[in-house]
Design a protein around this ligand. Sequence first.
Ligand code: AMP
Length: 207
Amino acid sequence: MKAKVVLLGPPGCGKGTQAEKMGDDLGYVKLSTGDMLREAVRNQTELGMKAKGYMDSGALVPNDLIIGLMKEKIAGLDKILLDGFPRTVEQADALAEQVEVDLAINIDVDDAELINRLTQRRSCPECNAVYHLTNKPPAKEGVCDKCGSQLYQRDDDTEATVKNRLEVYRQNTFPLIEYYEKKGKLVTIPGVGDIEEIYAKIKAALE
Ligand code: AMP
């Protein structure tokens, strides 16, 4: 099974949902830069205070902050799943210096669907589980199925910020598809349809 895995794809493509399943089911250590940054913002750490403004507008947090953070987290781990990192070519180069990526999984979803998913997304601040108001509602309205915490809407999941995030993705992160394709490490999986079916395709690609 592939040990060092990167999840690519635009915001809302289902990276977080699939990463959660892979972590629970296959024992990957999931490292999500978005989750780490949101926790840093909540705890008002130095990193969080530096990152907040960028995140609220949908911009990327500067490479040096992210690269330093991830270098530390990745060190010594064998089976890792990177969700939301790398997001720029500079980050991908820094990652390549530290470990060899075995597989980059690109989850493909069109923009109209992404906007729908993100604006209807609700998240758990404690365990980071994600829901969708109509496609994947929690059993009890507003409450996380997994840990019972109160769900919330992320500040950057509003329509205007979502559009900016998609533009930022196109400019900065989309080139990573070609980056990993050239290295012979890319697999693209359609991200629309049943979550379990998408997961089955991801699992097959990992073997
Ligand atoms: P996400 O939860 O992956 O959608 O990330 C939320 C926000 O955190 C992004 O819009 C960025 O502001 C920031 N962020 C997350 N990962 C990165 C990264 N690898 N590089 C720069 N900024 C990031």
